[in-house]
Design a protein around this ligand. Structure first.
Ligand SMILES: [Zn+2]
Length: 377
């Protein structure tokens, strides 16, 4: 059986870690193209100036336009050539990080997340959009980022809602990896550089990835609520450090090498409901994790454990919590249709899934979540 595992070459996190950015730039050369939103640059400006001075490196600011589109990637690649940049830095949230991955094409890339809202920073894939912000395509690169660097002080000072959303994204990791393993489905780690039309060779997940996914879930249960309180107080504690590692490293390796299943596919379907648009990816994934558990008839004890965790950190457990106060059967059917298209990860569940099953699981998960909340009040 062919198996694959992929990860960044280096992962480093610590208080004021940004002071060391110049050291990592220096391992590639003298200058780096900086892809970041101006607000994010502003937040860490002093640290950037310090590290450039200390290590004698230059950061070329790129005037990133905020959208990860083919046009913007091309412009930035041109800029990197003009300035003779020896590496690319993606600093900030999802769009800056994805754009940096596309610009670097798997070479000499430093990723610096300033929020811990998703598990995307460690992966070797990115999502391309049109300049107008519509989905274009997925891109896979030959390598994961060279360095993923996290300044925990910066994360502690970002709004707590991002950290909690990251916990929602991390919550699905174990259950999706478990389903993928049980069905012997393929994982993304097996995909080579599809951006250049590379042919994907299927590969299954490793025991290592499943173990990381399990640790991801266990750490959420142990440290999630404590980390939320730390972030509310803008303070770095061991619990917050553990959750940053969980949201970014454990969840990132767990999803990419362990596999996605129903939770992310149903999340993708749910984005067709207008009400969900003001909610973050991870917030929706928390609810769709519950939907997956209903779909696979997980034990009552496991469902209750997940519900208890979500409520303890303020993650959504019902449709109203993600902005959907009423929904027709036709609308839910549309959600299920999107979740069940042939390319979707829902087919990594260990049994055949159809649209009726998805509609039923969403409705029942919604009821279970509502009831759980009422009991607690
Ligand atoms: Zn996700």
């Amino acid at each position: 059986m062919r198996k694959a595992f992929i990860s960044p070459s280096k992962y480093v996190q610590g208080e004021d870690e940004l002071f060391n950015l110049g050291y990592f730039i220096k391992t590639f050369g003298e200058s780096a193209l900086l892809i970041a939103h101006p607000d994010d640059v502003q937040r860490v400006k002093q640290k950037l100036e310090y590290t450039m001075e200390k290590y004698g490196v230059a950061l070329i600011e790129s005037g990133f336009n905020g959208e990860c589109s083919r046009q913007e990637v091309k412009r930035l690649q041109q800029l990197a050539i003009e300035h003779n940049c020896s590496c690319t830095i993606g600093l900030g949230g999802g769009k800056a990080i994805d754009t940096a991955k596309c610009v670097a094409e798997g070479d000499a890339l430093i990723i610096v997340p300033t929020i811990a809202a998703t598990d995307a920073p460690t992966s070797h894939s990115a999502v391309l959009y049109s300049p107008e912000g519509e989905f274009d395509d997925y891109a896979y690169f030959k390598q994961s980022p060279s360095v993923v660097m996290i300044d925990t002080t910066v994360i502690a000072n970002a709004p707590t809602r991002f950290l909690v959303a990251g916990m929602g994204d991390a919550l699905s990791t174990y259950f999706e990896a478990r389903a993928t393993a049980n069905s012997y489905s393929n994982v993304n780690a097996g995909l080579p550089c599809g951006a250049n039309g590379g042919v994907g060779k299927p590969a299954k997940g490793t025991k290592a990835a499943l173990a990381l996914a399990k640790l991801c879930y266990e750490t959420l249960l142990e440290d999630g609520a404590k980390a939320k309180i730390s972030c509310d107080a803008n303070l770095v504690t061991p619990a917050l450090e553990n959750i940053i590692e969980t949201n970014i490293l454990l969840s990132g390796l767990g999803f990419e090498s362990g596999g996605l299943a129903a939770a992310h596919a149903i999340h993708n379907g749910l984005t067709s409901l207008e009400g969900t648009h003001s909610y973050y990816h991870g917030e929706k994934v928390a609810f769709t994790t519950l939907v997956q558990l209903v779909l696979e008839n997980a034990s009552t004890a496991e469902i209750n454990e997940v519900l208890q965790f979500c409520v303890s950190v303020g993650l959504p457990v019902c449709l109203a919590d993600i902005g959907v106060t009423s929904v027709t059967n036709d609308e839910l059917r549309n959600v299920a249709q999107k979740a069940c298209i042939p390319e979707e990860s829902i087919h990594s569940m260990p049994f055949p899934v159809n649209e009726e099953m998805v509609v039923a699981a969403i409705r029942v998960a919604d009821h279970i979540g509502q009831q759980y909340k009422q009991k607690g009040e």
